[in-house]
Design a protein around this ligand. Structure first.
Ligand code: SPQ
Length: 427
């Protein structure tokens, strides 16, 4: 994909449904009694992997037109043994959350994903699930493929070593099958979509600060899900609208759950002209967002803010490269164990464009404001790196190339179409 320097982005767009909420709508819909109608579902490859896994366990799932999905729930104990190993593709969310569910089933199962998934840390899930009594093994007790056999689970209290919604969710989902309450203590609040949806389905979930307790329910009752637009996908256009001169972009119905909206807070702190309007709540808070091009300045990003914008850090690094002054990203070592090492990937690709960036042990330092030039950018088979560098290309001088651009299909199959719609003109 070739991308030219842009003279301005204009328009009003809708970005696809939230990936985290879409995954959970299928998983919890499958475990509920009754039928779940999901609207705004993300038809990205990751969420299709989740659908595929649950279909292999006997759940009827209809995928309609217009991002509608219908899940025919089989109840907490209605999943069936799959005839083959479950394949989770490129999706860390599918792999980790489903492990928690599988730990409570009465049949053995094994699962794995693609080459990237086989490198991502699973020991963080194996350890607490074993404490609950799960019979789960992985390669060196750290990696996929995972094998899970039937066992009795008990409730535990577990302090997470990292603020991870996937780890928290895996434990809470296993907790649905435990003989008593399960408590998870997070170092900082991570996205709470699992807790919200469990409550919506009638399950008792108590949260007191960073301490979350799930009480095993007799059943979950199906409830329809309206998936908000994904703030992680909107982030690409928020940054593009801010750094490309003469731009004004509106994104409709963006999910602004307070555990996810750190990107807006940081861009506003950097001086971005961002307006939120039309606030409403449909299980998850949503609003429309307008961004206009503005002069940005460097900021420090770290601490409890990190889990609220972990997936937006690559594109925030792009914003920082076009901002005046220094931006320091710290406490973000988790970025090294995503679909790629996102710290190394962004430092390498921004440097290729001529930016002044230094890698640190848990983040990077970006001295912004240097004019950047187009280049041929690598994507490391990572959707967020591909889209971040596409945004960067819009504000670089001349022409750029995004290698292996098809990887965007993991979370945003129509990304380049949206860019065209706004006048970004990829060719
Ligand atoms: O599913 P996957 O591959 O882990 O996706 C990513 C992404 O960039 O889309 C991370 F690579 O998002 C995670 C996110 O980083 C999705 C997620 C969730 O839905 O619970 C939580 C975060 O991961 P973690 O490890 O911090 O819990």
């Amino acid at each position: 994909m070739k991308i030219h320097s842009s003279t301005g982005l204009h328009g009003c767009v809708t970005v696809p449904g939230d990936k985290s909420v879409s995954h959970r709508s299928v998983m919890l819909g499958a475990l509920a009694d009754g039928v779940t109608h999901v609207t705004g579902f993300l038809m990205g490859e990751d969420c299709l992997s989740t659908i595929d896994c649950f279909r292999k366990m006997g759940v009827a799932i209809e995928v309609g037109v217009d991002h509608d999905v219908t899940v025919h729930g089989v109840g907490l104990h209605g999943l069936r043994e799959p005839s083959e190993r479950l394949y989770t593709g490129n999706s860390g969310t599918t792999t980790r959350l489903i492990s928690g569910i599988l730990a409570g089933q009465a049949f053995p199962v094994s699962l794995t994903g693609d080459a990237s998934i086989e490198k991502r840390p699973m020991g963080r899930v194996i350890t607490p699930l074993r404490q609950m009594g799960a019979d789960i093994t992985g390669v060196d007790d750290k990696f996929c493929p995972l094998s899970i056999r039937p066992s009795r689970l008990h409730g535990i209290e577990y302090t997470l070593p990292v603020a991870s919604a996937q780890l928290k969710s895996a434990i809470l989902l296993a907790g649905l099958y435990a003989d008593g309450p399960t408590t998870v203590i997070e170092p900082a609040p991570s996205r709470d979509h699992t807790e919200r949806m469990l409550r919506q389905l009638g399950c008792r979930v108590e949260a007191e600060g960073c301490r979350i307790t799930v009480y095993p329910p007799e059943k979950l009752t199906a409830s329809d899900v309206a998936v908000p637009a994904d703030i992680s996908s909107a982030a690409f256009f928020l940054v593009a609208g801010a750094i490309v001169p003469n731009s004004e972009v509106t994104i409709r119905s963006v999910g602004v759950n307070p555990t996810r909206d750190g990107v807006i807070e940081v861009l506003q702190n950097m001086g971005a002209d961002i307006t939120l309007f039309n606030r409403r709540d449909d299980g998850e808070p949503v609003c429309d967002v307008t961004v206009r091009s503005s002069r940005l300045h460097g900021v420090e990003i770290g601490g409890a803010l990190i889990p609220r914008l972990i997936d937006e850090l690559p594109v925030l690094a792009v914003a920082a490269a076009f901002a005046e002054g220094e931006t320091i990203i710290r406490d973000a070592a988790e970025l090294k164990v995503k679909e790629s090492n996102r710290i190394l990937a962004m430092v390498t690709e921004l440097t290729r464009a001529g930016a002044d960036v230094t890698e640190t042990a848990d983040g990077m330092i970006i001295r912004g404001g240097k004019p950047l030039r187009g280049a041929s950018f690598e994507t490391y088979n990572d959707h967020r790196i591909a889209m971040s560098m596409a945004v960067c290309a819009l504000a670089c001088a001349g022409e750029s190339e995004i290698q292996n651009d098809a990887v965007v299909a993991i979370s945003y199959p129509d990304f380049f179409d949206t860019l065209r719609q706004l006048g970004g003109e990829p060719v």
